[in-house]
Design a binder for this molecule. Structure first.
Ligand code: PLP
Length: 400
């Protein structure tokens, strides 16, 4: 249609959204659908955070805020980076956006154009390649395999880099696999990056607090301070503080990049919701035990889901070390036929039939670039998880 810009042809509908729509359609027909499809904490935002937002609104913090973030929130972010990531930033090196997503959009709009390549470890969060493509860039994938615990290996990274590479996206703990990268893994990545000075890094650390088994998250910019000028360290309050609806993300990085991203945001949205910024500052400065409590609950659910899935013949499941996703393999179910008569040729067939026959919504791994897998979010109640896993078991047992 002549109305639409050429870039719309590059957009497509993310499979995650298509699957959520299928689940909604089924619910609208009155069916009880159990959803493990959503990457969203089921906890409530901490009450103290909501009270801080209320106070800010009554206090008159209801005017246009600065484009790059309120001084109070930027100060809280600087304290957070120093305390939790051993990273020192000045206020000019920090900006606040409408969720981590707008940070990515700003960064790529400011830098990516036709001919530029962005290396994205695969499987990936769907928004990275979509945003790269909107701006005419080319995603280049580096495979992260189950055999490597879904880590990015230096060899896979090296093979993906060309003279046209502008960015590497790192997302650990990872959505969708739950994979993590320790200090040694990041040192190896840094070694590769030192050989390729044209490559910048968007390090999306939004799941940093969700690491299990006592391990600690480390930031690439802290592991390789000599590369700090080439690294954007992205984070946000959505996952750590159960604040997805408040839309606050933030980033630390080199001043020229932050300045360019701020210019773009000024034209797109202006500064983000002043009340949300006050809430985010309260969250970052608030007690850390809130995060530890949520992590303990996720850890229990992780055990529950992984141990149940591993008992289902035909499924495999690596232990995810972080985030709140399990990524079971369904290769053993391919080529078989469901109780409802559907032939399963792909993981998407599996996900669609599972929803239709057992009313459990999951997202197929090939939607994130690597199949045949499923992504199950365990950011939901134990009760729903138990029932959903029982239904998955029934579904697989019914295969012929
Ligand atoms: N990065 C990853 C890997 C995510 O999974 C998400 C949300 O699903 C985000 C960033 C963006 O979150 P928000 O825009 O809510 O900060």
């Amino acid at each position: 249609h002549p109305l639409f810009a050429r870039r719309m042809g590059r957009l497509g509908v993310p499979a995650t959204i298509a699957m959520a729509q299928r689940a909604r359609n089924l619910r609208a027909q009155g069916e009880k659908v159990l959803s493990l499809a959503l990457g969203e904490p089921d906890f409530a935002t901490p009450a103290a955070v909501i009270e801080a937002a209320h106070r800010a609104a009554l206090d008159g913090q209801t005017k246009y805020p600065p484009v790059d973030g309120t001084p109070a929130l930027k100060a809280a972010i600087i304290r957070k980076f120093a305390r939790e990531n051993a990273l020192d930033y000045t206020p000019a090196e920090i900006m606040v956006s409408n969720g981590g997503k707008q940070v990515i959009f700003n960064a790529f709009m400011a830098t990516v154009q036709q001919g530029d390549e962005v290396v994205i470890p695969r499987p990936y969060w769907v928004s990275y390649p979509l945003i790269v493509r909107i701006f005419g860039g080319t995603p280049v994938y580096a495979d992260c395999l189950e055999a490597d615990d879904f880590r990015l290996t230096p060899a896979a990274l090296e093979a993906a880099i060309t003279p046209r590479t502008k960015w590497l996206v790192l997302n650990f703990p990872n959505n969708p696999t739950g994979g993590t990268m320790g200090r040694k893994d990041l040192e190896e990545v840094a070694e590769v990056l030192r050989r390729h000075p044209q490559v910048h890094v968007l390090s999306d650390e939004i799941y940093e607090h969700l690491i299990y088994g006592g391990a600690q998250h480390v930031s690439l910019a802290a592991v390789a301070p000599d590369l700090k000028d080439r690294i954007l360290t992205l984070n946000g309050v959505s996952k750590a503080y159960a604040m997805t609806g408040w839309r606050v993300g933030y980033v630390g990085g080199p001043q020229p990049l932050i300045r360019a991203m701020t210019a773009i945001q000024g034209s797109a949205t202006s500064g983000i919701c002043s009340i949300s910024q006050a809430a985010a500052a309260a969250a970052l400065d608030g007690p850390a035990d809130i995060i530890a409590q949520m992590r303990a609950v996720y850890a229990r659910r992780r055990e529950l889901v992984v141990s149940t899935l591993r008992c289902i013949p035909g499924l495999t499941c690596a232990m995810p070390h972080g985030a709140f996703y399990a990524y079971p393999g369904v290769a053993g179910c391919m080529g078989r036929t469901t109780a409802g008569g559907q032939l399963l040729e792909t993981d998407e067939d599996f996900a669609i039939a599972l929803l239709a026959e057992q009313h459990v919504a999951v997202v197929h791994g090939s939607a994130f670039g690597q199949g045949p897998y499923l992504r199950l979010s365990y950011a939901t109640s134990d009760e729903i998880l138990k029932e959903a896993c029982a239904r998955i078991a029934r579904f697989v047992e019914g295969l012929n």
